[in-house]
Write a protein that binds this ligand. Structure first.
Ligand code: ZN
Length: 278
């Protein structure tokens, strides 16, 4: 055991030599103190009956070390988020959509809240493979809400892919299917808008089916009414929508389309400018 003590002593001395006293440091009772924070830089230990002096971090060094760790962890997570964003396939216009900047009105407030909660509870949603089906008329903010979820999950460090089924039919479906197991959240925009050729349907079905089999959640948006999805007249769609409805909680987006609302506002402004003002 004497050998062990000797080894530890050599080891401690080597580290001490690598952390030599700095300007202002001083020795009291054989122990080195930091000149800045006045806490010890060495500590006495007894190891197998022998006294050994080992180097320790003084308080200011420990604080600086902690700060550096925190910074490099933050850098790592920023690098990861940027990397995930590059892989997300998200179009530029959607990258800035956040729940904070979402335009809430009496029609969509409830639906946006549901989406926000979904993002908050995502680790559980991922474990339980639960997705969302955002449905409603054109321009009611479904895609915007889906993009808010995407950005929130990217910020949390999850891998997200957001793209439209129309784009996938035109190419990229096979590549996406190959990546499926590595994607935490898949968002497919505009279900039902893909060309209803047999080829288009086959592509759409293969993507949705691959997602279903991956055991991971998806969010779909659609302009189709829920009834059409549930009891579509077209038997070719039935098997696709069955898969979607089995795993996705339906959230309705109501109200006048944003485009119509803006047009109406413009019209009101013109009325004021041209008619009401004398
Ligand atoms: Zn110090």
């Amino acid at each position: 055991m004497e050998n062990a003590a000797a080894l530890v002593k050599i080891f401690a001395e080597t580290i001490s030599e690598k952390n030599p006293p700095q300007n202002g440091d001083y020795i009291e009772d054989d122990i080195l103190y930091c000149g800045k924070c006045h806490t010890a830089k060495r500590r006495r230990l007894t190891f197998h009956g022998e006294e050994i002096i080992v180097p320790v971090m003084c308080e200011c060094a420990a604080r600086a070390d902690e700060e550096q760790r925190r910074q490099s962890a933050a850098e790592q997570s920023n690098i990861r988020a940027a990397h995930l964003r590059r892989l997300s396939m998200m179009e530029g216009v959607y990258r800035s959509c956040t729940f904070d900047t979402a335009e809430k009105n009496e029609d969509n407030a409830r639906s946006i809240k549901i989406c926000e909660r979904y993002a908050e509870k995502f680790p559980q949603m991922l474990r339980e493979n639960r997705g969302l089906l955002l449905f409603g008329r054109v321009g009611t903010g479904k895609t915007f809400a889906a993009a808010c979820i995407a950005n929130e999950l990217l910020k949390q460090g999850f891998s997200v892919v957001m793209t439209s089924l129309v784009m996938l039919v035109d190419g990229g479906a096979d590549n996406l299917i190959a990546r499926m197991p590595y994607i935490d959240m898949l968002i497919l925009d505009d279900l039902g808008a893909e060309r209803s050729t047999d080829y288009g349907l086959e592509k759409v079905y293969s993507v949705i089916d691959a997602r279903y089999r991956s055991g991971k959640p998806a969010i779909y948006t659609t302009n189709l009414p829920l009834d059409t999805l549930k009891n579509g007249a077209d038997i070719r769609y039935a098997r696709i929508y069955d898969r979607v409805l089995e795993r996705c909680f339906p959230v309705e987006f109501r109200g006048v389309s944003r485009r119509k609302r803006e047009a109406r506002r413009g019209f009101e402004e013109m009325t004021k400018l041209l008619i009401e003002e004398e």
